[in-house]
Design a protein around this ligand. Structure first.
Ligand SMILES: Cc1cc2nc3c(=O)[nH]c(=O)nc-3n(C[C@H](O)[C@H](O)[C@H](O)COP(=O)(O)OP(=O)(O)OC[C@H]3O[C@@H](n4cnc5c(N)ncnc54)[C@H](O)[C@@H]3O)c2cc1C
Length: 705
């Protein structure tokens, strides 16, 4: 029988739902991109929930070796079900998301980013790079092999000695013109490929980034398709030394690996030749645009934006539900109940902004998906005009959103108090996986340099050509042309209310970003080199990305959600609720960055106070709907795998039940409740059989105790 305290948890969560001002089920399809998408999600979830291979009840008790052993059957079943049910590429991608483990096999998606579904998946790099870098002829041969898992591939760029700095990779691919082959070598220990997902034990092919060398001339890093293991019996091929690289912070089911190559020969045609080619005579043609080589990476960065949104939404779901049913501290004398911790403003301040970031991020994810789709359409016609924007915005958003997620999820976990430290909270396992996103596909801090370099260049172009065409998100740079006017700009808000006007807010963010561009340009004039400007770059990139995220959030609500000529009352309620989350995002972001709005006098101290007050008001406005928002994300209890964040709010009962499954309580404890090892290790201590303490305290020869 649940105790009164346990029952209260269910009453609390029920009361939360009763006071929600909107119907969360109406918001779910909007968040995920439509009813069709929802139907696909539900179909996949049912398929996985019904299959014991994907059971996650014991997951938190398993170590690395066991998790890897579990992952392999999952891989096979995933492919079986995909084939049997003819899953679309999008469904197959969501399949991997819902399994919720880093199973060591790439996801097959035909087109990378069509809708939210494939974008939810952390797509391994092998396929995106193959698709974007192999020529059409190569794809005809290799594509089906990869699609059908005949080739299980990985993407091997990072080396022990270098990752971010592609130009200093040491692996070489030297052309043997006579035999029409490349000879792949890892000349040094530091040139060993390292961190490569699925390389350690699973993959039989790798796309290897290696320095292309023809007649002694180094043409820089290029991708090559290199067979690693025999397709006959999976043994490593001659000249290939491969190992799993060992334990990691997360992604423990994945065999990130290490490889060295010793005179491994592959046909000349195994160089990926969409953008650069080497002829039979050994003539090298370079790509029309240097950044084309990053196509696959750009695609994966784009998927990481949506992945961040979903991860934040997941953390918010657990945190809001638990903090709504956790009572602690101040007692209400009328009811004799302690306060729901979600009612403490400090807890709201640490959780609810993450909710707003999840929405802001998903809208920017949609925006990025659209841009990427347009870019793909253009590039197939030879038009590379969007290349820079796609590269820069996917880099900037990836960098900012994964950091928002990594930091925000940890803060939400801390809000759960001691129980948040238990794996049963459901916060830790997925967060540990997520943490890697700040590093791979471009280390976050480094990516800010690419965004800033691009903005700086645009600024210099504007100074030369003041009426030049700029794409909408960077149009504000034009305001810098008349710097005297720009420097006198001041925020137009006359009261807190004005900060609810989108133009006031957007202008403030544009002004801040423009000023930071100007300051970067000024700092560059006196700097000792680009590295000297790291901090300016980080600040500027963040300011620019925050601006486009706020704009995307606003446009997303007003265009994507508010598209009914005659909205029903229910639709209006949804809209009002989401707008309150938008305002929270705006006030929180402004408040966090107040110094940068104040330092040139754009915002006055009084306006800064209004922003602070606006944040408090926004938290209050969102609070009653917090649990409703967590419901709108539609995560199943199975997926959350959280004692604290389940739909029915019964956290204590679930926590106690999960404790029952702990192996220390079962396999290592006898029927009398005595732990293994008592006789051998503990009893001698208790019975004084380990000898007396022989140390000296103050030379007295007595025990310290
Ligand atoms: C879980 C996981 C999976 C991965 N999977 C793959 C994979 O499948 N294939 C693959 O090829 N790689 C993979 N990687 C590797 C990953 O892509 C690299 O770790 C990443 O690109 C960063 O490179 P690095 O490790 O060399 O970091 P470094 O470049 O050594 O960076 C170290 C620090 O130095 C800073 N820094 C470096 N250069 C500069 C500079 N010029 N200016 C200022 N600061 C600088 C960085 O910001 C960072 O803080 C994976 C990594 C992880 C964690």
């Amino acid at each position: 029988m649940p105790s009164p305290t346990e029952n209260q948890q269910h009453l609390d969560i029920t009361a939360e739902r009763a006071k929600c001002s909107f119907d969360p089920s109406l918001l779910t399809p909007l968040f995920y991109g439509g009813e069709d998408t929802m139907a696909q999600l539900k179909k996949i979830e049912a398929m996985i929930d019904a299959d014991p291979i994907f059971d996650r009840d014991d997951r938190y008790f398993l170590g690395r070796t066991e998790r890897f052993q579990r992952a392999l059957p999952m891989v096979k079943r995933y492919v079986e079900l995909r084939n049997k049910h003819g899953l679309t590429p999008e469904e197959a991608a969501y399949f991997k998301v819902y399994i919720d483990d880093y199973i060591p096999v790439p996801t097959k998606t035909k087109k990378l980013i069509d809708s939210i579904l494939p974008s939810l998946s952390i797509t391994a790099m092998f396929l995106p790079v193959l698709r974007s870098q192999a020529s059409d002829d190569q794809l005809k041969v290799w594509g089906p092999q990869a699609e059908n898992y005949h080739y299980i591939g990985c993407y091997a760029q990072t080396e022990l000695g270098h990752g971010s700095n592609l130009s200093r990779l040491e692996t070489t691919a030297t052309l043997d013109i006579e035999r029409d082959q490349w000879v792949i070598n890892s000349p040094t220990q530091s040139s060993a490929k390292f961190w490569i997902g699925t390389l350690g034990k699973i993959a039989n092919h790798a796309i290897v980034q290696a320095k292309l060398i023809i007649k002694g001339k180094d043409c820089g890093a290029h991708p090559f398709l290199v067979p690693l293991r025999s397709l006959h019996d999976h043994t490593p091929l001659p000249g290939v030394v491969i190992k799993d690289q060992g334990p990691k912070q997360g992604a423990i089911s994945m065999d990130n690996g290490y490889a060295r190559f010793n005179n491994v020969r592959i046909p000349r045609e195994n160089m990926l030749m969409r953008f650069s080619q080497v002829s039979r005579e050994g003539v090298y043609s370079k790509p029309i645009h240097a950044k084309l080589a990053y196509g696959g990476m750009t695609a994966v960065r784009t998927t990481l934006i949506n992945h961040s949104a979903l991860s934040m939404a997941r953390a918010v779901t657990i945190a809001t539900r638990y903090c709504a049913v956790r009572r602690q501290g101040n007692v209400n004398l009328a009811t004799d109940l302690e306060t729901q911790v979600l009612d403490y403003p400090s807890v709201q301040y640490r959780i609810l902004p993450l909710l707003s970031h999840a929405f802001a991020t998903i809208f920017s994810g949609y925006w990025m998906n659209d841009m990427y789709a347009q870019y793909n359409a253009d590039i197939s016609k030879g038009d590379t005009s969007l290349l820079k924007d796609v590269h820069v915005y996917s880099s900037g958003l990836k960098s900012y959103c994964t950091k928002l997620g990594a930091d925000g999820i940890e803060e939400a976990r801390r809000c759960l108090g001691g129980h948040g430290y238990s794996l049963f909270s459901g916060m830790t396992d997925f967060h540990r996986q997520f943490l890697a996103t700040v590093t791979y596909e471009g280390e976050n801090a480094l990516l800010t340099q690419q965004v800033s370099r691009y903005l700086l260049k645009l600024y210099k172009d504007v100074l030369r050509t003041p009426n030049m065409h700029l794409s909408p998100p960077s149009k504000y740079i034009l305001s810098l042309f008349h710097h005297n006017l720009f420097a006198n700009q001041r925020c137009e808000a006359h009261s807190i209310k004005d900060f609810y006007q989108s133009e006031v807010v957007l202008h403030a963010f544009q002004h801040r970003a423009a000023r930071l561009i100007y300051e970067l340009a000024e700092a560059e004039k006196v700097s000792s080199g680009w590295s000297d400007l790291n901090l300016e770059c980080m600040r500027l990139s963040k300011a620019h990305v925050q601006y486009i995220m706020i704009e995307n959030f606003y446009n997303g609500i007003e265009k994507r959600f508010n598209n009914h000529a005659n909205p029903t009352v229910e639709q209006q309620n949804v809209l009002a609720a989401v707008r309150s989350v938008y305002h929270l995002h705006v006030f929180y972001t402004m408040e966090t960055e107040l110094g940068e709005f104040l330092e040139d006098g754009y915002l006055s101290p009084v306006q800064a106070q209004w922003v602070r007050q606006g944040l408090k008001d926004a938290l209050k406005a969102v609070r009653p709907n917090a649990v409703g928002f967590s419901d709108c994300f539609g995560f199943t209890d199975t997926f959350l795998n959280s004692a604290l964040g389940s739909y029915d709010g019964r956290a204590y009962e679930r926590l106690a039940a999960m404790t029952e499954r702990e192996p220390l309580n079962k396999d290592l404890t006898d029927k009398n409740g005595v732990i293994w090892g008592y006789e051998e290790y503990l009893k001698p201590l208790v019975y004084g059989q380990v000898g007396p303490y022989m140390g000296k305290v103050n030379g007295a020869g007595s025990s310290k105790l």
